[in-house]
Write a new protein. Sequence first.
Length: 285
Amino acid sequence: MLVDLKTLVDEAARQHRAVGAFNTANLESVRAVIDAAEKRGEAVILQHAELHETVAPLAIIGPIMLGAAKRARVPVCVHLDHGEDPAYLKQALDLGFTSVMVDASAKSFEENVAITQKVVALAGQYGASVEAELGRVIRPASGGGGDDPSHLPPDAQYTDPEAAGKFAAATGIDALAIAFGTAHGVYTAKPVLDVDRVAAVREAAGLPLVMHGGSGVSPADYRAAIQNGIAKVNYFTYMSLAGAAGVQSLLQQKGEGVRFDEMAEAARLAMQADVERAMGLFAGA
Ligand SMILES: [Zn+2]
């Protein structure tokens, strides 16, 4: 069943849990996430980011994600992750995506507000939800962004509660992605999360919050972040690594003569197991 983001994150926030949002740039990951969600009987978010356009063009993978969401026995939101180009955002909405993230977080506060307001107006015409970002989550060049503010002091990188309150009121968004110590991609140093900041931003913005870049975050830190207001967790890198590990163990078992469709199956099943584990963590299990 296809649903919007607001429905899912509002309910998750009330229940002090988070909905998993998984980047699914191939058929194997679409099926892995839906199968995991159906097995657990929980809602889930499929999302696509522009940086995966070379892996799977939105025009091809978008209808596959939407078809899988509509057929699913659990509520599924189909969301555009990290939209920066207005034409790309519109393409997702035209396809039927029920939510978009507009990411103008590297711009000034005023520009971020102005850009986000335009996307809220556009998405409103489609009945779709909007996530925006305030603060700067580290995004290495290899992660498709090249925004690395880690040389800045925490107050210059992390989301300011007062600014978040103003941003929420000025834009009318449905969910806010915040920076509080996480980083995209494979982690290189153990992240130190500012969980008190999560609670302060949640209080000031009055919105369900989104955590990007969960790499290297311990289960205890996930739980603390979710208890304090994170209602959507973006998850990709470690699911993808689990898929690759599934392929590697198949190759070790069978050696030469392994077919690609067998590799794809091994990846799908390994990703499903990892997604089930992640969903359990986000649900507070
Ligand atoms: Zn992100």
